[in-house]
Design a protein around this ligand. Sequence first.
Ligand code: SF4
Length: 288
Amino acid sequence: MSAIRVMERIVGDGQVLFGRDTPYSSSTPYPGLALTHKTAADRIDRLITWINGYARRIGRPNEAIPADLDGPIGISRFRRTLAWHIARRPGGLVALAVQYGHLRTVVSEGYASRSRQGIHTLIDIESARDIAERLSDLNEAIDNLEGISGPAARQLIDAAAREHNRFGGIITTHRQARALLDGPGLTVFENQRSFLLCNYDRDKALCHPGRAKAGIPSLDRCQPRCANIARTDQHATRMLQHAGRLRAQADSGATPTPLADRLRAEAEALTGRARHHLDNRITGGTVS
Ligand code: SF4
């Protein structure tokens, strides 16, 4: 998102992010239009050349981008990379709603009408892969007595078992991706900032102002009283670690008192949530 915001400020209001105009081109007969497929691919190529030259100049050749056996990294492969990153960002699907217009601009021209369908298909597959891998890992952890807490704990344990039995953590086709994403109770999102898993049921979601019927959660507006929340032992561990970091920062002597007080309060809240998890956790074996 930050990179997109920077681009928006560079190009100005109402302009496409990857246009043919300045500051990228000194002149163009087609001002205001997006880059062509070929020009975008050329620029990816030049970016790789620049990165590799820079890596050599600063004596870090091992950080150069190696030649690819499958040929140049064109727009179609670059889109897959974008899809992978968007699907795995915290709130990535939400960010997509904002960024999609810009992505469509990048892949316009040569892709024309295929661009819209293509990027959605890629995002579906990468999102479903992310969820499937998470649920299969979780299913294995539950088998090893990982504790789960929260109002959605039982749904989460059930979702992990169902996903693992049906997909085994592997999604290879768009049909499988849609089956998982449309499967009731299977859309489980990691909310790293709030240290929880969102077992998304839109009818129970508290993050939609006005109870709008969104198809994805607003992870950045997550509400601690939501019935879709579940936590694992790993979340509790991470909360305690983060609380420790906040206390260390508060006690460092370099932090102004009002800020130190806020950090300590946040650390207390995190510790309280972690304790609540440890006091209320259930394991796969204790589910009735
Ligand atoms: S409020 Fe509920 S539905 Fe929304 S992100 Fe948080 S847990 Fe998910």
